[in-house]
Design a protein around this ligand. Structure first.
Ligand code: AMP
Ligand code: MG
Length: 342
């Protein structure tokens, strides 16, 4: 099958593909999603097949407005209105208890809850409105690989396997949405997956305590979000995390072992090590925002380097605010390994 590259002027083609149970990847502010009609079991099953996604990992349903959610959910958490008014459209996924059989069971992987999000890219909002359908939208990558933050990443993974890619430039955030469980109206909201909407921000805006899945602080626990248990974001090349104070030593020690190094980092670190490594992927600046935006793109770029690197070195950030989401993805990519700890 030919994978068509579409833009906003060809939304109608994208709508036709979706209505015929086809798959169209779409841009969002977090990462690119793999879109399919959430009301069609056939279409949703294809999403799992194409990605190689385990069938026990539920999908997020993307909507053009909150009204769409009301079609599937009867009972809402008292904070729902405030959360939606404050963060939609945006990188916050909300989990609701759905009416039985409101959506095909493949969407929720058999759970009694379904997660919804209203994304912020205008191309995708145009598609959702034109199709007048809710769309599932897991990251548009092969399961286990770094999530795609550009249309080219999607093309690389899924070319020939999906009908179309709606182009919308590079994702501005770079990691997937925050997943917030508000399915039990009697309990405080709980973060199941960290993202750009942080615990600190939610607590400040809502004026209440927000829980965080134990699994995120104690890796030993079973995650409440099924997808979090899978090894994610892994390039083929070994990835090592490097603490701020360890860069010179990391580069000299590993180079002395005869290893070919790739480094992704902001200007401060890059200045220090650039001359001594084989390949680099620069972050735009030294902030955690820039690192988060470049994380998956950098992992992909260095992993595919023709230089055949032995190790990719990536900076750590403090685990607060956006640093929680960044470190959550990086630790998985690095298989928890830091330079200096082995
Ligand atoms: P992805 O679509 O690849 O960004 O992954 C979606 C994430 O949300 C996965 O970690 C899922 O397990 C999680 N998720 C989706 N729906 C639910 C749900 N109803 N309950 C708990 N976690 C969910
Ligand atoms: Mg994913």
């Amino acid at each position: 099958m030919e994978t068509k590259r579409l833009d906003e002027s060809s939304i109608q083609s994208a709508v036709e593909i979706i209505k015929a149970d086809g798959l169209v990847a779409f841009p969002t502010e977090t990462v690119y999603g793999l879109g399919a009609n959430a009301l069609s079991e056939t279409a949703v099953k294809r999403v799992f097949e194409v990605k190689g996604r385990p069938s026990d990992n539920p999908l997020i349903v993307h909507v053009a407005d909150f009204e769409e959610v009301k079609k599937y959910v009867d009972e809402f958490h008292p904070l729902t209105e405030k959360l939606v008014a404050t963060y939609w459209p945006g990188p916050l996924t909300l989990i609701f208890k759905t009416r039985p059989n409101a959506l095909p069971t493949v969407v929720s992987a058999g759970l009694s809850t379904v997660s919804f999000r209203m994304p912020k890219k205008k191309e995708t909002l145009t598609l959702l409105r034109a199709a007048k359908l809710p769309l599932v939208g897991p990251s548009a990558n092969t399961s286990g690989k770094p999530s795609p933050t550009t249309a080219d990443h999607v093309f690389h993974d899924l070319q020939g396997k999906i009908e179309g890619i709606l182009e919308g430039g590079a994702a501005t955030i770079g990691v997937e949405s925050t997943v917030l469980d508000i399915s039990d109206p009697t309990k405080p909201p709980m973060i199941l997956r960290p993202g750009a909407i942080t615990k600190e921000q939610l607590e400040a805006d809502l004026g209440i305590e927000v829980l965080i899945d134990q699994y995120l602080t104690k890796e030993s626990d079973v995650p409440r979000s099924p997808g979090m248990k899978y090894k994610h974001y892994s390039p083929n090349t070994k990835v090592l995390m490097v603490h701020e104070a360890d860069w010179s030593q990391a580069v000299s020690t590993l180079t002395a072992r005869g290893l070919k190094l790739g480094v992704m980092a902001g200007p401060a670190i890059m200045e220090e090590v650039r001359m001594d490594v084989a390949a680099t992927f620069p972050f735009q600046n030294d902030s955690v925002e820039a690192a988060t935006k470049g994380l998956f793109a950098g992992l992909r770029s260095l992993d595919e380097s023709l230089l055949q690197l032995d190790v990719i070195l990536v900076p750590t950030f403090p685990e607060e605010k956006l640093g929680v989401a960044y470190m959550n993805r990086l630790k998985k990519a690095a298989g928890q390994q830091y330079f200096g700890e082995n």
